[in-house]
Design a protein around this ligand. Structure first.
Ligand SMILES: [Zn+2]
Length: 161
């Protein structure tokens, strides 16, 4: 190769040459100091380019940091809105408490009715446990039974005639 392959050097650096072209360039570079210098220059330029890209990347990082600080600002705003949120949560809690209390009141009423039934049951037991009261209750029960029997008989008679 007599001609300096200057135009191919950047392609050589970017690894864009065929293996044959590469070998030719490498063979030329071994013998040509000026092309070696040019290659080093180009390599230096490539490094500069890499550095430039890394410098371009810095603003990206900056942007990320700006976004982060915006996020922090939003968080601060959220903290300010926190009172409203807390108020809403408080109202929600009160609402839930009201609902739960309502359920508890319902349970209490249910429990109370059970208690009343138990009291009636207990009082009936108490009546049965006292002979005088038992006698009275039996007499009363018999009276009610007879009265209802009589009234039933009367009802049947009136409906028959
Ligand atoms: Zn050369």
């Amino acid at each position: 190769m007599t001609k300096h392959p200057e135009e191919q050097l950047s392609a050589y650096l970017d690894d864009e040459l065929t293996p044959d072209e590469r070998r030719e360039i490498e063979a030329h570079l071994e013998t040509c100091a000026s092309c070696q210098a040019l290659l080093e220059d180009l390599a230096g330029n490539n490094d500069d380019l890499v550095q430039t890209f890394s410098l371009i990347e810095a603003p990206f990082d900056l942007e990320a940091r700006v976004m982060q600080s915006i996020g922090a600002e939003e968080k601060r705003q959220f903290a300010c809105n926190g009172r409203i949120v807390a108020l809403l949560l408080g109202l929600l809690t009160l609402g839930l408490f009201y609902l739960l209390t309502g359920a508890i009141i319902g349970k209490l009423i249910h429990g109370w009715s059970k208690l009343v039934v138990t009291l009636i049951y207990a009082s009936s037991h108490f009546i049965l446990s006292v002979p005088a009261l038992t006698g009275g209750t039996i007499v009363l029960s018999l009276f009610i039974l007879v009265a209802s029997f009589v009234s039933l008989k009367r009802l049947l008679r009136t409906s028959a005639s």
